[in-house]
Design a protein around this ligand. Structure first.
Ligand code: NAP
Length: 252
C-alpha cells in the first residue's frame, strides 16, 4: 500500500508543490481546494503522473461545513492517513484600526481553527495508519504538518490578524506534539519568502530580497522537499517549527 497524504490548499503555489513532491516520493494524495477547482484538478493530474492515486475535494475551511466536507471525503477515500499538511491560509493586509470582527474571526477560522478541526477529526485515520509504510519506526505513525510563518514571532505590519493566527498555529504544533505523540508527530514549517503575494510590486520584492541572507527568495518546492523529508526521514522531529527562509528569521 502506498502511504497517503492530504494537502489543503493544494491547487497552486506551496500546496501544489508539496502535493507533487509527496506523490513523487510514493504517496497517494488528497488535493484540497477552495476556489481553485481547475488548478486542483491539474495538481491531481500531475500527482498521477508520478503513479499516485490522487483525488480532489473542495471546501471553505472558514466554515465548519467546509472542514467536515474535507474530513468526510478523506474517510470515503481512505481508512487511514499518514500525513496531513495544513497549508491553506488567508493572507491580506488590513490596518490595525480597520480590522473588523468579521475579518478577525475569518482569518482565525481559516488559519487556526481549520487546522485544529482537521487534525482533531482525522485523528482516527492518522492513529490507525501503518507507520511502517512510510518508513517510520514503531509507535510513530501519523504526521501533521502545519504551515506557519516566520512572522509568527515578528509581526508583519498591517497583518495583525494574520500574525496572531500563525502565532497560534505555532502553539498548536507544540500542544499537539506533547499530547498526540507517540502515535502522531506534529511539526511546523515556517516559510520566509517562497512565493510572492501577487500584490507586491518589483520594488518591494527587490527590497525584501536584499534582506534575505541568501540574497534570493525560496520556492514552493523548497517547502515540498522539507515536507517530504519530515514525512520519510525526520522520524525524531516532533514539536519543532522549521524555518525555510534563507536565514531571514535571524535578522532583526
Ligand atoms: N508564500 C510565502 O512566501 C509564504 C510565507 C510565509 C508563510 N507561508 C505560508 O505557507 C502556506 C502556503 O503559502 P502560499 O503562499 O502558497 O499560500 P496562498 O497561495 O496564499 O494560499 C494557499 C491556498 O489557501 C487556500 N485558501 C484560502 N482561503 C481558504 C478557505 N477559506 N478555505 C480553504 N482554503 C482556502 C486557497 O485555496 P483556493 O485557491 O482553492 O481558494 C489558496 O490556494 C500558507 O499557510 C502561508 O501562510 C507562505
Amino acid at each position: 500500500m502506498r502511504p497517503r497524504a492530504l494537502v489543503t490548499g493544494a491547487g497552486a503555489r506551496v500546496g501544489r508543490a508539496t502535493a507533487i513532491e509527496l506523490a513523487r516520493a510514493g504517496f497517494d494524495v488528497g488535493v484540497h481546494y477552495n476556489r481553485s477547482e481547475g488548478p486542483a484538478a491539474e495538481t491531481a493530474a500531475l500527482c498521477r503522473e508520478h503513479g499516485a492515486h490522487a483525488w480532489t475535494v473542495g471546501g471553505d475551511l472558514g466554515t465548519a461545513e467546509g472542514c467536515s466536507a474535507v474530513v468526510e471525503a478523506t474517510k470515503t477515500h481512505w481508512d487511514s492517513l499518514h500525513v496531513l499538511v495544513n497549508n491553506a491560509s488567508l493572507f491580506y493586509p488590513v490596518a490595525f484600526g480597520d480590522i473588523t470582527d468579521a475579518e478577525w474571526e475569518r482569518m482565525l477560522a481559516v488559519n487556526l481553527l481549520a487546522p485544529f478541526r482537521l487534525s482533531r477529526d482525522l485523528l482516527p485515520l492518522l492513529t490507525t495508519a501503518d507507520g511502517s509504510a512510510v518508513g517510520a519506526p514503531d509507535g510513530q505513525h501519523g504526521l501533521v504538518v502545519h504551515l506557519c510563518d516566520i512572522g509568527a514571532d515578528r509581526p508583519v505590519s498591517g497583518h495583525a490578524h494574520y500574525s496572531v493566527s500563525k502565532a497560534g498555529l505555532v502553539m498548536l504544533v507544540k500542544a499537539m506534539a506533547i499530547e498526540l505523540a507517540p502515535a502522531i508527530r506534529t511539526v511546523g514549517v515556517s516559510p520566509g519568502q517562497v512565493a510572492w503575494p501577487p500584490d507586491y510590486d518589483a520594488d518591494k520584492r527587490a527590497r525584501l530580497t536584499r534582506r534575505i541572507p541568501l540574497h534570493r527568495v525560496g520556492t514552493p518546492e523548497d517547502v515540498g522537499t522539507l515536507v517530504r523529508f519530515l514525512a520519510l526521514e525526520a522520524h525524531y522531529l516532533n514539536g519543532i517549527v522549521v524555518p525555510v527562509d534563507g536565514g531571514l528569521a535571524c535578522r532583526y
